[in-house]
Design a protein around this ligand. Structure first.
Ligand SMILES: Cc1ncc(COP(=O)(O)O)c(C=O)c1O
Length: 404
């Protein structure tokens, strides 16, 4: 009889958002009259910007003519896209990143899940708590953790770095050995950002201890404050210790179109092994390239028109974020995030458990959010709301919450 990968059995239940979707569907079926406002899953609602659509149309036309048709895309991505990313996202910010350190992908979720393949099976993984679930789940599947304990909400063999009100939602350096350190800023789910000096301290820590930081900057485009780094490569020494993940999903509405990239600097080595070369080899074997049409769409995000249009979209979401955050605070709730990210991390009222608050909010107000405990034990007592809805719905949701 064949054997399965038993590590999968360690994973509790379903993927967080699949579980929430089931609950919401059951509620809607029982209450078809309720108009549900969805501020749960982090999916955008504004359509792709006109400059992006135009570039896609052009690329589609090219695909219909023999002279301009494209087949398999290069595994690392088309040069036209890697060049503009290197220039606009990195070099323009003083980061010494070149096109051959950029690997185009179909999104940051896949990259975040796959990147662990580069590391030894006995690597010790450190994650923030609460955390975007993919980093942890992918390492569980790969066998880098022990068993999960329902009572603590933790896996054996993982270094958890609590991000709480007490430490301003910034992780502290692990006391134990940590080989792979996952950091995400601006953070999902807490919505809080990291200042450059604090990120520099992490880079110094990683270089000192021989750790790698996997830095998820999926929400970089939402940064509004000065002194908040857009890339880890703004920090001295990051090229010898950090991989950065980026996504076009929240930056430009590509959640359904799929585009992202990883940055793996050539200086990132372990003895004679280059992680850049290893990832190139990995992509060569397992990835056949992001579609040409999508990469042209991605290029349009950097055109003057495209950049202006996506900025306007982000400004609209951030106006929602401010409305929700300020509204909650005015109404006497405690709320974080929402300044450099589209997420608001509210404290549940009266010490309610976060799943309890989820049910309460759905039943009494028809609002879907995400229970903090779904992101890790330190998320207990918190609730994540997103600013990705419409302004009208953000206001309506706020109004319903105030009336509870
Ligand atoms: C922190 C973080 N990283 C990555 C992703 C996934 O991005 P993508 O749509 O590019 O796969 C998300 C999506 O919600 C996210 O919150």
């Amino acid at each position: 009889m064949f054997k399965v990968n038993e590590n999968f059995a360690k994973l509790p239940g379903s993927y967080l958002f699949a579980g929430i979707a089931k609950k919401v569907a059951a509620f809607q079926e029982a209450h078809p009259e309720t108009e549900i406002i969805r501020l749960g899953i982090g999916d955008v609602t504004q359509p792709l910007a006109p400059a992006i659509i135009e570039a896609m149309h052009q690329a589609v036309d090219e695909m219909g003519k023999a002279e301009t048709f494209r087949g398999y895309a290069p595994e690392q991505g088309y040069e036209f896209l890697r060049d503009v990313i290197a220039r606009e996202d990195f070099q323009s910010r003083g980061c010494d990143i070149s096109a051959d350190e950029i690997f185009i992908s179909d999104g940051a979720k896949c990259d975040a899940g796959n990147i662990q393949e580069l590391f030894s099976p006995d690597s010790v993984v450190a994650v923030c708590d609460p955390v975007y679930p993919v980093y942890l789940d992918s390492n569980v599947m790969a066998g880098r953790t022990g068993l999960y304990h329902e009572e603590t909400g933790k896996f054996d063999g993982v270094v958890y770095m609590p991000c709480t009100e007490a430490n301003g939602f910034l992780p502290e350096f692990p006391k134990e050995r940590a080989d792979l350190i996952y950091l995400c800023f601006p953070n999902n789910p807490t919505g809080e950002a990291i200042k450059k000096a604090d990120l520099q301290a992490w880079v110094d820590y990683a270089n000192r201890n021989g750790s790698v930081i996997i830095y998820d900057a999926a929400y970089e485009a939402y940064i509004t404050e000065e002194g908040v780094p857009h890339s880890i490569y703004e920090c001295r020494g990051a090229k010898t210790c950090a991989i950065e993940l980026r996504s076009f999903s929240k930056k430009a509405g590509f959640t359904g179109t799929r585009l992202g990239f990883s940055v793996i600097p050539k200086e990132l080595v372990c003895g004679s092994a280059s992680l850049n070369a290893m990832w190139s080899r990995r992509q060569g074997s397992k990835y056949n390239g992001t579609p040409y049409i999508i990469q042209r769409a991605g290029e349009a995000v950097y055109s003057p028109e495209g950049a202006k249009q996506v900025k306007e979209q982000i400004d609209r979401y951030m106006f929602n974020a401010k409305t929700i955050r300020d509204g909650l605070i005015d109404a006497g709730f405690t709320a974080y995030g929402g300044v450099n990210s589209p997420y608001i991390w509210m404290k549940t009222p009266n010490g309610m458990k976060s799943w309890e608050f989820f049910d309460y909010l759905l039943e009494k107000a028809g609002i879907v959010g995400t229970p903090g405990a779904g992101f890790g034990p330190s998320g207990e007592g918190y609730f994540r709301l997103t600013a990705f809805g419409t302004y009208e719905n953000s206001l309506k949701a706020l109004d319903r919450i105030k009336k509870l």
